[in-house]
Design a protein around this ligand. Structure first.
Ligand SMILES: [Zn+2]
Length: 60
């Protein structure tokens, strides 16, 4: 019967399980234009962050 040499800490177990839970970068739809954007970032399509215009995007 195999016997473990050292008890693995909760932190070590959670680090391993957390890496298995990773699902890639998270995106959410922009509330003003609906385009997918990174969470807690300015929308690259319309330049909104929350409900205010932060940067101006010039149309091509
Ligand atoms: Zn947007």
């Amino acid at each position: 019967m195999a016997v473990q040499q050292n008890k693995m800490s909760k932190q070590k177990i959670r680090q391993r399980k957390g890496a298995n839970r990773y699902q890639g970068i998270q995106t959410s739809p922009c509330p003003s234009c609906g385009a997918a954007r990174l969470t807690h970032r300015v929308c690259p399509k319309c330049g909104h962050y929350g409900d205010r215009q932060v940067i101006s995007i010039t149309a091509e």
